[in-house]
Design a protein around this ligand. Structure first.
Ligand SMILES: [Zn+2]
Length: 129
């Protein structure tokens, strides 16, 4: 009796136990010590990619940049009403590229290697909105 072990692996802010070496979302081990700091939490890549605010910002970037690129590249065809058969796959790709670039950049900025992740203040301040 009297086991004061209330320090379950919450992981989010803990520096002991399995905290720094495990994803704070799913609890899985971090491969190669690589983690991603999103929303002030340390996550593995698969869980960092599913972070909704990150996806929302990437989608907004894709919407703005993709629309500009479609206007530049296909605007003349769309205005003329002359829609070639390649357009249905070119337009989604035009939106997908800035989405991937924005997501890649955000993940690259939040990437941490090893236990020196206490510097993970890049994603924290901006993700609390
Ligand atoms: Zn996870």
């Amino acid at each position: 009796m009297g086991t004061p072990s209330r320090q379950a692996s919450t992981g989010a802010g803990g520096g002991e136990g399995g905290g720094p070496r495990a994803c704070s979302r799913c609890g899985c081990a971090l491969r190669g010590g690589v983690s991603y700091i999103v929303g002030g939490e340390r996550r593995r890549l698969g869980c960092a990619v599913r972070y909704r605010p990150l996806l929302g910002r990437s989608a907004l970037t894709a919407l703005v940049v993709g629309t500009i690129l479609v206007a530049i590249n296909q605007g003349n065809l769309l205005l003329a009403g002359d829609v070639p058969t390649t357009l249905p796959w070119k337009i989604p790709l035009t939106y997908a590229v800035p989405f991937c670039v924005a997501t890649w950049g955000a993940l690259g900025n939040s990437r941490r290697r090893g236990d020196a992740g206490s510097r993970g203040d890049v994603g924290r301040a901006e993700d609390d909105r």
